[in-house]
Design a protein around this ligand. Structure first.
Ligand code: GLP
Length: 239
């Protein structure tokens, strides 16, 4: 696992955007796995700036998101507002689980099929939960899991409560499974702030721990982590 050390969120956003942008620029066709949350927002802002500066057509970019709440379009709204519209990715090339699907099990299968039909994910961008979750794969999730419906933990609900001022916060979500995420050819994980320090320290211990889902990335051959000073604080205390 490669670690890129940055000082703060601004540098993290710039480095992450440069990383993703070089993938986009140098490929004839690219499938990006995308994450929501606060951490990648700055990266999306920079990407939008770069795509305008370089006048790059994004007709070769396909996206699949990690997750969506059940009974909500919160992450659809986030992606349109912060990514698809400003960056200019054609709508029909973007994919997000449908949290309003009548048959959620069927929706999970459909989503797996979408990823297969796209030929898999070239680069998956991940954030990390305070409890070490990736996507919405909470502690204890089977490392071979596919796209599935999850009951969110109290820790995740309280960390994300701030985003639900206008609608009731859903307690369930659809998430790509850990097995699905691991099949991505390359992974870029972004970690910012003191609240992520515990999860980041566990991640770099190098061993697998089902209670910290992100540790599964130690099993993947091509992972880069960009972490700011806060997120690295416990890791560096020990070395
Ligand atoms: C949510 C998302 C994750 C994200 C995590 C951390 O739980 N489902 O994909 O990584 O939040 O978010 P933040 O970047 O806001 O700390």
């Amino acid at each position: 696992m490669k670690l890129i050390k940055v000082s703060g969120e601004e540098e993290l956003s710039r480095m992450a955007a440069e990383y993703v942008f070089s993938k986009i620029k140098n490929a004839d066709r690219v499938v990006l796995g995308l994450a929501t949350g606060r951490t990648p927002l700055g990266m999306y802002r920079h990407l939008s700036k770069y795509s305008k500066e370089y006048k790059l057509s994004l007709s070769h970019v396909h996206t699949v998101n990690l997750d969506e709440y059940v009974g909500s379009k919160a992450y659809h709204a986030y992606m349109h507002q912060n990514v698809f519209d400003p960056i200019g990715i054609p709508n029909h090339q973007t994919h997000i689980p449908d949290g309003y699907a009548v048959d959620l099990e069927k929706e999970c299968m459909r989503y797996e099929a979408v990823i297969q039909q796209l030929g898999g994910i070239d680069l998956q961008v991940l954030g990390i939960g305070e409890n070490g979750h990736i996507g919405f794969n909470e502690p204890g999730t089977d490392f071979s899991s596919r796209t599935h419906v999850v009951e969110l933990t109290e820790s995740t609900l309280s960390a994300n409560a701030k985003y639900f001022t206008r609608e009731k916060q859903p307690r369930k979500a659809i998430t790509m499974g850990i097995g699905t995420i691991l099949e991505s050819k390359e992974i870029l994980l972004l970690a910012a702030g003191l609240k992520k320090a515990h999860a980041v320290r566990e991640l770099f211990k190098g061993s697998l721990n089902e209670n910290i889902p992100a540790t599964v990335l130690n099993h993947h051959p091509n992972v880069t982590v960009i972490a700011d000073r806060g997120a690295r604080s416990l890791l560096e205390e020990e070395s």
